[in-house]
Design a protein around this ligand. Structure first.
Ligand SMILES: Nc1nc2c(ncn2[C@@H]2O[C@H](COP(=O)(O)OP(=O)(O)OP(=O)(O)O)[C@@H](O)[C@H]2O)c(=O)[nH]1
Length: 401
Protein backbone atom coordinates (compact mmCIF):
# COMPACT_ATOMS: atom_id res chain seq x y z
CA UNK A 1 0.00 0.00 0.00
CA UNK A 2 1.43 3.42 -0.94
CA UNK A 3 2.13 5.72 1.99
CA UNK A 4 0.80 9.23 2.46
CA UNK A 5 4.03 10.92 1.52
CA UNK A 6 3.10 12.71 -1.68
CA UNK A 7 4.09 16.38 -1.54
CA UNK A 8 1.17 18.52 -2.54
CA UNK A 9 2.55 21.40 -4.55
CA UNK A 10 0.92 24.68 -3.66
CA UNK A 11 2.07 27.77 -5.57
CA UNK A 12 4.12 30.01 -3.27
CA UNK A 13 2.52 33.22 -4.56
CA UNK A 14 -1.09 32.31 -5.34
CA UNK A 15 -1.67 29.65 -2.68
CA UNK A 16 -3.34 27.49 -5.33
CA UNK A 17 -2.59 23.87 -6.14
CA UNK A 18 -0.08 23.63 -8.98
CA UNK A 19 -1.96 20.76 -10.61
CA UNK A 20 -4.79 22.35 -12.56
CA UNK A 21 -7.09 19.33 -12.23
CA UNK A 22 -6.66 19.14 -8.47
CA UNK A 23 -7.26 22.88 -8.11
CA UNK A 24 -10.46 22.53 -10.15
CA UNK A 25 -11.64 19.66 -7.97
CA UNK A 26 -10.85 21.66 -4.85
CA UNK A 27 -12.79 24.68 -6.10
CA UNK A 28 -15.75 22.53 -7.02
CA UNK A 29 -15.70 20.90 -3.58
CA UNK A 30 -16.06 24.26 -1.81
CA UNK A 31 -18.66 25.71 -4.18
CA UNK A 32 -21.60 25.40 -1.78
CA UNK A 33 -19.67 26.98 1.10
CA UNK A 34 -18.29 29.76 -1.12
CA UNK A 35 -21.76 30.59 -2.42
CA UNK A 36 -23.23 30.89 1.05
CA UNK A 37 -20.34 32.77 2.66
CA UNK A 38 -19.85 35.14 -0.28
CA UNK A 39 -23.53 35.95 -0.39
CA UNK A 40 -23.64 36.63 3.34
CA UNK A 41 -20.43 38.66 3.63
CA UNK A 42 -21.13 40.72 0.50
CA UNK A 43 -24.60 41.55 1.74
CA UNK A 44 -23.24 42.64 5.13
CA UNK A 45 -20.42 44.68 3.51
CA UNK A 46 -22.88 46.38 1.15
CA UNK A 47 -25.25 47.25 4.00
CA UNK A 48 -22.43 48.68 6.14
CA UNK A 49 -21.28 50.73 3.14
CA UNK A 50 -24.84 52.00 2.76
CA UNK A 51 -25.14 52.90 6.44
CA UNK A 52 -22.34 55.43 6.10
CA UNK A 53 -24.95 57.62 4.39
CA UNK A 54 -25.89 58.72 7.92
CA UNK A 55 -22.42 60.21 8.51
CA UNK A 56 -22.57 61.74 5.02
CA UNK A 57 -25.70 63.63 6.10
CA UNK A 58 -24.14 64.91 9.32
CA UNK A 59 -20.99 66.07 7.53
CA UNK A 60 -22.53 67.46 4.33
CA UNK A 61 -26.13 68.38 5.23
CA UNK A 62 -28.59 68.65 2.34
CA UNK A 63 -26.06 69.58 -0.32
CA UNK A 64 -25.60 68.39 -3.91
CA UNK A 65 -22.54 66.39 -2.67
CA UNK A 66 -24.86 64.49 -0.29
CA UNK A 67 -27.27 63.67 -3.12
CA UNK A 68 -24.39 62.52 -5.31
CA UNK A 69 -23.01 60.39 -2.47
CA UNK A 70 -26.45 58.93 -1.73
CA UNK A 71 -26.97 58.06 -5.39
CA UNK A 72 -23.53 56.44 -5.53
CA UNK A 73 -24.12 54.48 -2.30
CA UNK A 74 -27.53 53.27 -3.44
CA UNK A 75 -26.01 52.08 -6.73
CA UNK A 76 -23.13 50.31 -5.01
CA UNK A 77 -25.39 48.67 -2.41
CA UNK A 78 -27.95 47.60 -5.06
CA UNK A 79 -25.30 46.17 -7.36
CA UNK A 80 -23.55 44.35 -4.52
CA UNK A 81 -26.81 42.89 -3.21
CA UNK A 82 -27.75 41.82 -6.73
CA UNK A 83 -24.34 40.20 -7.23
CA UNK A 84 -24.53 38.59 -3.76
CA UNK A 85 -27.85 37.07 -4.77
CA UNK A 86 -26.45 35.86 -8.13
CA UNK A 87 -23.37 34.37 -6.43
CA UNK A 88 -25.59 32.72 -3.80
CA UNK A 89 -27.60 31.04 -6.55
CA UNK A 90 -25.06 30.29 -9.25
CA UNK A 91 -21.60 31.43 -8.18
CA UNK A 92 -18.58 29.16 -7.88
CA UNK A 93 -14.86 29.74 -8.22
CA UNK A 94 -14.36 27.01 -10.76
CA UNK A 95 -15.85 28.88 -13.71
CA UNK A 96 -17.36 32.28 -12.87
CA UNK A 97 -14.34 33.94 -11.33
CA UNK A 98 -15.26 37.38 -12.68
CA UNK A 99 -18.55 37.17 -10.78
CA UNK A 100 -16.62 37.07 -7.52
CA UNK A 101 -14.23 39.84 -8.56
CA UNK A 102 -16.97 42.23 -9.68
CA UNK A 103 -18.52 43.14 -6.27
CA UNK A 104 -15.06 43.84 -4.82
CA UNK A 105 -14.29 46.26 -7.65
CA UNK A 106 -17.69 47.93 -7.24
CA UNK A 107 -17.19 48.34 -3.49
CA UNK A 108 -13.65 49.64 -4.10
CA UNK A 109 -14.96 52.15 -6.65
CA UNK A 110 -17.60 53.31 -4.18
CA UNK A 111 -14.99 53.86 -1.46
CA UNK A 112 -12.67 55.75 -3.87
CA UNK A 113 -15.53 58.01 -5.03
CA UNK A 114 -16.16 59.22 -1.48
CA UNK A 115 -12.84 61.12 -1.45
CA UNK A 116 -13.73 63.84 -3.96
CA UNK A 117 -17.16 64.30 -2.35
CA UNK A 118 -15.97 64.35 1.28
CA UNK A 119 -12.27 65.37 1.12
CA UNK A 120 -12.34 66.84 4.64
CA UNK A 121 -13.00 63.45 6.30
CA UNK A 122 -9.91 61.82 4.81
CA UNK A 123 -8.60 60.40 8.11
CA UNK A 124 -11.84 58.46 8.66
CA UNK A 125 -11.65 57.26 5.09
CA UNK A 126 -8.09 55.99 5.52
CA UNK A 127 -9.34 53.84 8.41
CA UNK A 128 -12.25 52.68 6.28
CA UNK A 129 -9.87 51.70 3.45
CA UNK A 130 -7.64 49.73 5.83
CA UNK A 131 -10.67 47.93 7.27
CA UNK A 132 -12.07 47.30 3.78
CA UNK A 133 -8.68 45.92 2.62
CA UNK A 134 -8.57 43.49 5.54
CA UNK A 135 -12.20 42.53 4.89
CA UNK A 136 -11.36 41.87 1.23
CA UNK A 137 -8.54 39.53 2.26
CA UNK A 138 -10.05 37.82 5.23
CA UNK A 139 -13.83 38.16 5.45
CA UNK A 140 -15.14 37.97 1.91
CA UNK A 141 -14.22 34.46 0.71
CA UNK A 142 -12.37 34.80 -2.56
CA UNK A 143 -9.26 33.66 -4.36
CA UNK A 144 -6.02 35.35 -3.34
CA UNK A 145 -5.35 36.59 -6.87
CA UNK A 146 -8.81 38.12 -7.17
CA UNK A 147 -8.56 39.79 -3.78
CA UNK A 148 -5.04 41.11 -4.40
CA UNK A 149 -5.97 42.86 -7.63
CA UNK A 150 -9.18 44.30 -6.16
CA UNK A 151 -7.30 45.45 -3.09
CA UNK A 152 -4.50 47.06 -5.14
CA UNK A 153 -7.14 48.85 -7.19
CA UNK A 154 -8.81 50.13 -3.99
CA UNK A 155 -5.57 51.26 -2.36
CA UNK A 156 -3.91 52.86 -5.39
CA UNK A 157 -7.20 54.44 -6.48
CA UNK A 158 -7.79 55.83 -2.99
CA UNK A 159 -4.26 57.23 -2.75
CA UNK A 160 -4.45 58.88 -6.17
CA UNK A 161 -7.87 60.24 -5.32
CA UNK A 162 -6.58 61.58 -1.99
CA UNK A 163 -3.65 63.33 -3.68
CA UNK A 164 -5.87 64.82 -6.40
CA UNK A 165 -8.93 65.84 -4.41
CA UNK A 166 -7.84 66.16 -0.76
CA UNK A 167 -4.54 67.77 -1.75
CA UNK A 168 -2.56 65.97 0.95
CA UNK A 169 1.11 66.69 1.52
CA UNK A 170 3.81 64.34 0.17
CA UNK A 171 4.69 63.30 3.72
CA UNK A 172 1.07 62.38 4.52
CA UNK A 173 0.82 60.60 1.17
CA UNK A 174 3.86 58.55 2.12
CA UNK A 175 2.45 57.74 5.56
CA UNK A 176 -0.91 56.68 4.14
CA UNK A 177 0.87 54.66 1.40
CA UNK A 178 2.99 52.85 4.02
CA UNK A 179 -0.09 52.14 6.13
CA UNK A 180 -1.92 50.73 3.14
CA UNK A 181 1.10 48.64 2.07
CA UNK A 182 1.25 47.22 5.60
CA UNK A 183 -2.45 46.35 5.54
CA UNK A 184 -1.98 44.64 2.17
CA UNK A 185 1.09 42.67 3.23
CA UNK A 186 -0.61 41.44 6.40
CA UNK A 187 -3.82 40.58 4.57
CA UNK A 188 -1.96 38.94 1.70
CA UNK A 189 0.26 36.77 3.95
CA UNK A 190 -2.67 35.72 6.15
CA UNK A 191 -4.80 34.72 3.17
CA UNK A 192 -1.87 33.01 1.46
CA UNK A 193 -1.30 30.83 4.52
CA UNK A 194 -4.99 30.09 4.84
CA UNK A 195 -5.41 29.22 1.18
CA UNK A 196 -2.38 26.94 1.01
CA UNK A 197 -3.20 25.20 4.31
CA UNK A 198 -6.77 24.51 3.21
CA UNK A 199 -5.56 23.09 -0.09
CA UNK A 200 -2.89 20.93 1.50
CA UNK A 201 -5.47 19.54 3.91
CA UNK A 202 -7.88 18.92 1.05
CA UNK A 203 -5.21 17.20 -1.05
CA UNK A 204 -4.25 14.96 1.87
CA UNK A 205 -7.86 14.00 2.50
CA UNK A 206 -8.31 13.33 -1.17
CA UNK A 207 -5.23 11.13 -1.27
CA UNK A 208 -6.37 9.25 1.79
CA UNK A 209 -9.77 8.70 0.20
CA UNK A 210 -8.11 7.45 -3.00
CA UNK A 211 -6.03 5.03 -0.99
CA UNK A 212 -9.07 3.79 0.91
CA UNK A 213 -10.82 3.30 -2.40
CA UNK A 214 -7.81 1.40 -3.69
CA UNK A 215 -7.78 -0.68 -0.52
CA UNK A 216 -11.47 -1.53 -0.88
CA UNK A 217 -10.85 -2.57 -4.48
CA UNK A 218 -7.94 -4.72 -3.34
CA UNK A 219 -10.11 -6.34 -0.64
CA UNK A 220 -12.88 -7.02 -3.16
CA UNK A 221 -10.33 -8.49 -5.57
CA UNK A 222 -8.89 -10.72 -2.86
CA UNK A 223 -12.36 -11.82 -1.80
CA UNK A 224 -13.20 -12.75 -5.36
CA UNK A 225 -9.88 -14.64 -5.63
CA UNK A 226 -10.70 -16.43 -2.38
CA UNK A 227 -14.15 -17.33 -3.72
CA UNK A 228 -12.59 -18.60 -6.94
CA UNK A 229 -10.03 -20.62 -5.01
CA UNK A 230 -12.71 -22.06 -2.78
CA UNK A 231 -14.78 -22.96 -5.80
CA UNK A 232 -11.80 -24.68 -7.40
CA UNK A 233 -11.12 -26.51 -4.16
CA UNK A 234 -14.72 -27.44 -3.41
CA UNK A 235 -16.66 -27.65 -6.65
CA UNK A 236 -16.52 -29.89 -9.66
CA UNK A 237 -15.49 -27.79 -12.65
CA UNK A 238 -17.85 -29.46 -15.13
CA UNK A 239 -21.11 -29.72 -13.22
CA UNK A 240 -20.66 -27.11 -10.48
CA UNK A 241 -21.65 -29.73 -7.89
CA UNK A 242 -19.55 -30.41 -4.81
CA UNK A 243 -16.48 -32.44 -5.58
CA UNK A 244 -15.89 -35.65 -3.75
CA UNK A 245 -13.79 -34.17 -0.93
CA UNK A 246 -16.18 -31.34 -0.20
CA UNK A 247 -19.20 -33.63 -0.42
CA UNK A 248 -17.68 -35.91 2.20
CA UNK A 249 -17.10 -32.96 4.51
CA UNK A 250 -20.66 -31.63 4.17
CA UNK A 251 -22.29 -35.05 4.30
CA UNK A 252 -20.39 -35.99 7.47
CA UNK A 253 -21.72 -32.87 9.18
CA UNK A 254 -25.25 -33.75 8.06
CA UNK A 255 -24.91 -37.31 9.30
CA UNK A 256 -23.68 -36.05 12.64
CA UNK A 257 -26.71 -33.77 12.96
CA UNK A 258 -29.09 -36.57 11.99
CA UNK A 259 -27.50 -38.67 14.71
CA UNK A 260 -28.09 -35.95 17.29
CA UNK A 261 -31.63 -35.32 16.11
CA UNK A 262 -32.35 -39.06 15.95
CA UNK A 263 -33.65 -38.91 12.38
CA UNK A 264 -33.00 -41.28 9.45
CA UNK A 265 -30.27 -40.49 6.95
CA UNK A 266 -30.11 -41.69 3.33
CA UNK A 267 -27.43 -41.82 0.69
CA UNK A 268 -27.94 -42.18 -3.09
CA UNK A 269 -25.28 -43.40 -5.47
CA UNK A 270 -26.39 -42.47 -8.98
CA UNK A 271 -24.70 -43.79 -12.10
CA UNK A 272 -25.54 -42.97 -15.72
CA UNK A 273 -26.35 -46.11 -17.68
CA UNK A 274 -24.25 -46.95 -20.72
CA UNK A 275 -22.50 -43.65 -20.52
CA UNK A 276 -19.49 -44.97 -22.40
CA UNK A 277 -21.65 -45.53 -25.45
CA UNK A 278 -22.87 -41.89 -25.26
CA UNK A 279 -19.26 -40.75 -25.41
CA UNK A 280 -18.47 -43.22 -28.15
CA UNK A 281 -21.50 -42.30 -30.27
CA UNK A 282 -21.69 -38.50 -29.90
CA UNK A 283 -18.32 -37.61 -28.49
CA UNK A 284 -17.10 -36.37 -25.10
CA UNK A 285 -18.62 -32.92 -25.51
CA UNK A 286 -22.07 -34.43 -25.70
CA UNK A 287 -21.15 -36.74 -22.82
CA UNK A 288 -20.17 -33.70 -20.75
CA UNK A 289 -23.40 -31.97 -21.67
CA UNK A 290 -25.42 -34.98 -20.46
CA UNK A 291 -23.53 -34.94 -17.16
CA UNK A 292 -24.30 -31.25 -16.59
CA UNK A 293 -27.98 -31.83 -17.39
CA UNK A 294 -28.19 -34.70 -14.91
CA UNK A 295 -26.48 -32.52 -12.31
CA UNK A 296 -29.12 -29.83 -12.96
CA UNK A 297 -31.92 -32.37 -12.55
CA UNK A 298 -30.46 -33.49 -9.22
CA UNK A 299 -30.14 -29.91 -8.01
CA UNK A 300 -33.72 -29.11 -9.03
CA UNK A 301 -35.36 -32.33 -7.85
CA UNK A 302 -33.83 -32.43 -4.39
CA UNK A 303 -34.34 -30.27 -1.31
CA UNK A 304 -31.94 -27.43 -0.53
CA UNK A 305 -30.78 -29.25 2.59
CA UNK A 306 -29.73 -32.32 0.58
CA UNK A 307 -26.07 -32.37 -0.42
CA UNK A 308 -25.15 -33.45 -3.93
CA UNK A 309 -21.68 -34.32 -5.17
CA UNK A 310 -19.98 -35.67 -8.25
CA UNK A 311 -18.27 -38.78 -7.03
CA UNK A 312 -16.23 -39.27 -10.16
CA UNK A 313 -16.78 -39.95 -13.85
CA UNK A 314 -20.48 -40.43 -14.50
CA UNK A 315 -21.28 -41.17 -10.87
CA UNK A 316 -23.13 -38.83 -8.51
CA UNK A 317 -23.74 -39.06 -4.78
CA UNK A 318 -26.48 -37.49 -2.66
CA UNK A 319 -26.83 -37.23 1.12
CA UNK A 320 -30.42 -36.77 2.34
CA UNK A 321 -30.88 -35.93 6.01
CA UNK A 322 -34.15 -36.74 7.78
CA UNK A 323 -35.21 -39.07 4.95
CA UNK A 324 -36.86 -42.40 5.74
CA UNK A 325 -36.48 -45.45 3.48
CA UNK A 326 -39.95 -44.87 2.01
CA UNK A 327 -39.23 -41.21 1.28
CA UNK A 328 -35.83 -42.09 -0.17
CA UNK A 329 -37.45 -44.57 -2.53
CA UNK A 330 -39.98 -41.98 -3.69
CA UNK A 331 -37.34 -39.28 -4.21
CA UNK A 332 -35.03 -41.64 -6.12
CA UNK A 333 -37.83 -42.81 -8.38
CA UNK A 334 -38.77 -39.22 -9.09
CA UNK A 335 -35.15 -38.42 -9.90
CA UNK A 336 -34.87 -41.41 -12.23
CA UNK A 337 -38.07 -40.34 -14.00
CA UNK A 338 -36.85 -36.77 -14.45
CA UNK A 339 -33.60 -37.99 -15.99
CA UNK A 340 -35.54 -40.18 -18.41
CA UNK A 341 -37.66 -37.17 -19.37
CA UNK A 342 -34.70 -34.88 -19.95
CA UNK A 343 -35.01 -33.09 -23.32
CA UNK A 344 -31.93 -34.09 -25.31
CA UNK A 345 -30.12 -32.48 -28.22
CA UNK A 346 -31.68 -33.13 -31.60
CA UNK A 347 -28.92 -35.41 -32.80
CA UNK A 348 -29.25 -37.53 -29.63
CA UNK A 349 -32.94 -38.28 -30.21
CA UNK A 350 -32.28 -42.03 -30.41
CA UNK A 351 -30.84 -42.12 -26.88
CA UNK A 352 -32.94 -43.31 -24.00
CA UNK A 353 -31.11 -41.77 -21.07
CA UNK A 354 -31.39 -43.50 -17.74
CA UNK A 355 -29.71 -43.79 -14.38
CA UNK A 356 -29.41 -46.53 -11.81
CA UNK A 357 -29.67 -45.46 -8.19
CA UNK A 358 -28.44 -47.38 -5.16
CA UNK A 359 -29.82 -46.27 -1.80
CA UNK A 360 -28.54 -46.91 1.69
CA UNK A 361 -30.48 -45.71 4.71
CA UNK A 362 -29.45 -45.71 8.32
CA UNK A 363 -31.82 -45.21 11.23
CA UNK A 364 -30.92 -44.33 13.80
CA UNK A 365 -27.94 -42.75 12.06
CA UNK A 366 -25.41 -45.06 13.55
CA UNK A 367 -23.27 -45.98 10.54
CA UNK A 368 -20.38 -43.88 9.40
CA UNK A 369 -20.56 -42.17 6.04
CA UNK A 370 -18.00 -44.37 4.30
CA UNK A 371 -19.85 -47.60 5.11
CA UNK A 372 -23.16 -46.02 4.06
CA UNK A 373 -21.63 -45.04 0.72
CA UNK A 374 -20.21 -48.54 0.29
CA UNK A 375 -23.64 -50.02 0.89
CA UNK A 376 -25.26 -47.60 -1.55
CA UNK A 377 -22.55 -48.47 -4.08
CA UNK A 378 -23.26 -52.17 -3.62
CA UNK A 379 -26.94 -51.49 -4.27
CA UNK A 380 -26.00 -49.51 -7.36
CA UNK A 381 -24.05 -52.41 -8.81
CA UNK A 382 -26.86 -54.77 -7.92
CA UNK A 383 -29.10 -52.50 -9.97
CA UNK A 384 -26.60 -52.51 -12.84
CA UNK A 385 -26.42 -56.28 -12.77
CA UNK A 386 -30.18 -56.55 -12.74
CA UNK A 387 -30.60 -54.56 -15.93
CA UNK A 388 -29.98 -50.85 -15.01
CA UNK A 389 -32.59 -48.02 -15.04
CA UNK A 390 -33.80 -48.87 -11.58
CA UNK A 391 -33.70 -47.91 -7.91
CA UNK A 392 -32.27 -50.41 -5.46
CA UNK A 393 -32.67 -49.86 -1.75
CA UNK A 394 -30.87 -51.24 1.25
CA UNK A 395 -31.46 -49.96 4.72
CA UNK A 396 -30.00 -51.25 7.94
CA UNK A 397 -31.79 -54.37 8.94
CA UNK A 398 -33.42 -54.52 5.50
CA UNK A 399 -32.69 -56.70 2.55
CA UNK A 400 -32.16 -54.99 -0.76
CA UNK A 401 -35.43 -54.09 -2.52
N1 LIG B 1 -17.75 -37.07 -21.35
C1 LIG B 1 -17.22 -37.51 -20.21
N2 LIG B 1 -17.02 -38.80 -20.01
C2 LIG B 1 -16.54 -39.23 -18.83
C3 LIG B 1 -16.23 -38.34 -17.80
N3 LIG B 1 -15.76 -39.04 -16.75
C4 LIG B 1 -15.79 -40.35 -17.12
N4 LIG B 1 -16.25 -40.47 -18.38
C5 LIG B 1 -16.45 -41.68 -19.15
O1 LIG B 1 -17.57 -42.37 -18.63
C6 LIG B 1 -17.44 -43.69 -19.07
C7 LIG B 1 -17.89 -44.63 -17.98
O2 LIG B 1 -17.98 -45.88 -18.55
P1 LIG B 1 -18.30 -47.22 -17.77
O3 LIG B 1 -17.63 -47.14 -16.43
O4 LIG B 1 -17.97 -48.36 -18.65
O5 LIG B 1 -19.80 -47.13 -17.49
P2 LIG B 1 -21.05 -47.11 -18.46
O6 LIG B 1 -20.67 -47.04 -19.88
O7 LIG B 1 -21.92 -45.98 -17.99
O8 LIG B 1 -21.73 -48.43 -18.17
P3 LIG B 1 -22.63 -48.76 -16.95
O9 LIG B 1 -22.27 -47.85 -15.84
O10 LIG B 1 -22.33 -50.16 -16.63
O11 LIG B 1 -24.02 -48.54 -17.40
C8 LIG B 1 -15.99 -43.88 -19.47
O12 LIG B 1 -15.93 -44.01 -20.89
C9 LIG B 1 -15.31 -42.60 -19.04
O13 LIG B 1 -14.30 -42.23 -19.96
C10 LIG B 1 -16.45 -36.96 -18.06
O14 LIG B 1 -16.19 -36.10 -17.21
N5 LIG B 1 -16.94 -36.60 -19.26
Amino acid sequence: MPSLKTQHQVHWLTGQLCEYDKETIYRSSITARVRFESCLSLSVAALIFGMFAISDYYILGFTWELYLLLTMRIMVVSLCLLLAFIIGRWGGYSRKLWLHALPLWILATGIILIVPLRPESLSTQVTAVVVATMAFYLLIPNLLTVVTFASLYLNIGFLVSAVLFAEISPMLTLRIALLLIMANVVGFCALLRLESLQRKQFALLHEERDQNHQLLKEIAHRKSLETQLRMVAELDALTGLNNRGHFMKLAKALLQRSRLEQVPFSVFMIDVDHFKSINDTWGHTHGDWVLTKIADVCAQALRPEDVIGRFGGEEFVVALPDTSPDDAQIVAERLKKKVAELPLKEEMSGLSLSVTIGIAVTYPAEDDLESLITRADQMLYTGKRNGRNRVVMCSKGMEEG
